[in-house]
Ligand binder design. Structure first.
Ligand SMILES: [Zn+2]
Ligand SMILES: [Zn+2]
Length: 337
């Protein structure tokens, strides 16, 4: 005999019995369009593994902690219109760099330059130095500064190329001194081939590359690069005599012209000396020391008199189809500004 009671309300989607007020059962309510996705996202944010298993996880938690709404890395800017303009950012030595000077270069030159070239010694690598230390600068602290430098130039300049300086190579030297060859191979396997943390870091930014000059034998060199008829490098050459390091480099380029697959360069710019100079040399050739944007280093204040006080400055030049306009060359000297 059929029940004479009012039929029980059912879910409009699956027909399951529901309470009087509801149109849908709990299952169908949860499954309506969009909801599962939102819930999955919320769950993913909350179910971070401890300890954190990846950089992304740590980054996500950091975002949450600081209440960040979108990604802080803006990405590279568009290429400015007009002539090719190169800005040379000399010895930075992060974390010992003058931040206001780097900020000036990014703000003033970023919108005009088609490319920035970092002239070596981007990181100081103080913790890997074998010289007597008077300060304690842990690698983690230094690296936070280096990351910020690289992210800032990547956001300010359309294209960035890094020349590797002697300071940037310090870790590699220490690792090779202390580990067996097989251990070095194993470490390289883990890092994807490099022992240079700067090279590893550069991979994170789509517009940042490491200098890679190919020699005649197909080997690659990372301490200098060329841009049309301009040669830029970080040779480990220094002299008390003004301009002497430059003339040595010019000789070197001529001597190694064939072996290193070089030509005649109308503009030669070197880092490492932390000096600022521009010397018209052979006919139609200009030799330049590009300055620095770091603080005076401790050893420069020692009573052992040597070297000359460093200059804080940077330089720029323009080219048409690979030919440098030597009259477009200029510098900004911070010390006298
Ligand atoms: Zn330097
Ligand atoms: Zn150097």
């Amino acid at each position: 005999m059929p029940s004479i009671a009012k039929p029980k309300p059912t879910c409009v989607e699956c027909g399951a019995v529901v309470s009087k007020a509801a149109k849908r059962c709990q299952k169908c309510w949860d499954g309506r369009r969009g909801v599962p996705l939102r819930r999955a996202k919320a769950l993913a944010l909350e179910s971070l593994h401890e300890p954190l298993q990846s950089f992304e996880a740590a980054y996500k938690r950091w975002d949450k902690a600081i209440g960040k709404m979108h990604d802080r890395y803006k990405g590279p800017p568009k290429k400015p219109k007009g002539r090719e303009r190169f800005v040379v950012i000399p010895d930075i030595h992060a974390p010992f760099h003058r931040e206001e000077q780097l900020a000036h270069i990014c703000a003033v030159e970023g919108p005009k330059a088609t490319k920035a070239i970092l002239l070596g010694d981007v990181a100081d690598a103080y913790s890997f130095s074998t010289f007597t230390k008077y300060e304690r600068v842990p690698f983690a602290d230094e690296w936070a500064a280096v990351e910020l430098v690289l992210q800032s130039v990547s956001e300010a300049f359309h294209e960035v190329e890094i020349i590797v300086g002697n300071h940037d190579e310090r870790l590699e030297k220490r690792v090779r001194e202390r580990l067996t060859e097989d251990m070095v191979d194993a470490v390289r396997y883990l890092t994807g081939g490099t022992l240079n943390p700067l090279v590893a870091l550069a991979k994170r930014y789509p517009n940042v590359s490491i200098a890679k000059h190919e020699t005649q034998d197909g080997a690659t060199v990372d301490w200098f690069t060329t841009e049309g008829d301009c040669w830029l490098g970080h040779p480990q050459s220094f002299s008390r005599v003004a301009g002497s390091a430059l003339r040595r480099v010019e000789d070197y380029i001529s001597d190694y012209e064939a072996a290193l697959n070089l030509q005649r360069y109308r503009l030669v710019i070197i880092g490492h000396t932390h000096q600022l100079s521009a010397i018209p040399y052979r006919s139609g050739q200009l030799l330049v020391e590009g300055g620095s944007i770091c603080r005076t280093q401790g050893y420069q204040l020692s009573p052992r008199l040597g070297g000359r006080p460093q200059k804080n400055a940077y330089v720029w030049f323009e080219q048409d189809a690979g030919k440098t306009d030597l009259n477009s060359f200029g510098w900004h000297w911070f010390d006298v500004a």
